[in-house]
Design a protein around this ligand. Sequence first.
Ligand code: SR1
Ligand code: MG
Length: 421
Amino acid sequence: MSAEVLDVTTVPAYLATRPGVSDLIDLSTATVQEVGDGNLNLVFVVRDAQGRSLVVKQSLPYVRMVGESWPLSQDRILAEGRGYVAAQSLSPELTPAFHGLDAERRVLVLEDLSSWTVWRRSLNDGVIDPGAGAAVGTYAARIAFGTSVLGRRAEDVQEAAAGAANPELCRITEDLVFTEPFIDHEQNAWDDELTADVLALRDPALLDEVAALKFRFLTAGQALIHGDLHSGSVFVPGAPQRAQGAPAAKVFDIEFAFYGPVGFDLGTSLANHLFAHVRAEVLDRPADFRTWVAGLPAETWDAFVAEIGRLWPQRADASWTDGFRDAWIDAVWQDAVGFAGLEAIRRVVGLAKVSDLQTLGTDERVRAARAVLRTARGWITDRTRITGPGELLPSGLVGSVDAEHGPDADALRTQAVGARA
Ligand code: SR1
Ligand code: MG
């Protein structure tokens, strides 16, 4: 049965029933604003007359971006609660403070970061946020290490994994990321000019690789991953917060959390660096911004590797040799590159788009999206040959794929039509 859905008028009375909340905020002077702009949930910011605030998040019994025609159980808030519990214990400064889960009402109470900026918005605006990529890589490493058998007893990991199933949201990812972009599906949509590029993705050789990555997503229960670690799931501080010593980023929106492949979170991040990169290129942003964006994959990955190295002496089992560590890191890298390709493709072809591309003019979007699709395809097929982050975003990537009707596009169209026949 669904929990009663909150609105701006009922939030204060609801919070009055929550233990500890009156220590955080004066409910007698509270004002409430609904600020959710994500695809799934309600998010309320509650402020009191003394300037204190907090966030109340409630899962709706349907997909917000679509409406009640797409029912979805409110259980995802339980997954998000598990994600925050892990994040608070393993990397507290890189997530919002977590003030508890009400499992019955399907509500979380969190630190209010509405004075920070969602990283995607900052990237879209051409703002350099020093260290944000490294913070995400560090976060991913801490959670990967601390929730997996690298950092915990195998028995504890077994129990945690058994309690962390998130089947409905994994189904969404499975469908939207791994399946629908590669078939005719009513939820897909793209600019007409991209049709040859999109149909070329149905190449059987590519589909073999997509299948391998999908199988890995569904079966490699390595650690409690975030499950949706794109730039819209990261807050970056403004100058006032930085001046007060705030970290370079905080990761939020952990409702897709489940025991999955560590490379999925890193790959999702890398794909979103690609969106920022192609946007910066087609908008001809200043060189310092473009150089910084092009370096984000390395900043993120290097921080991940460094943090794993820092944590390694604390590993839970002496069987994990240094040679195994290096091999594990290589395997995570290959997974990340492949998953990055899938995240990149689905944001052009599938249901859930990204504002990095959607807010461009049509000509710029087509150029940028074509570069995304062709880069992503290479990431999937060549993931075992791409040895490091410096190879992911070569300069000139957008300019090299401008032609819709050049020989390359015609060959792709012929190949795609053949593949469908
Ligand atoms: C129906 S949910 C669509 C997308 O929104 C979330 O942020 C996830 O990325 C999901 O794939
Ligand atoms: Mg989200």
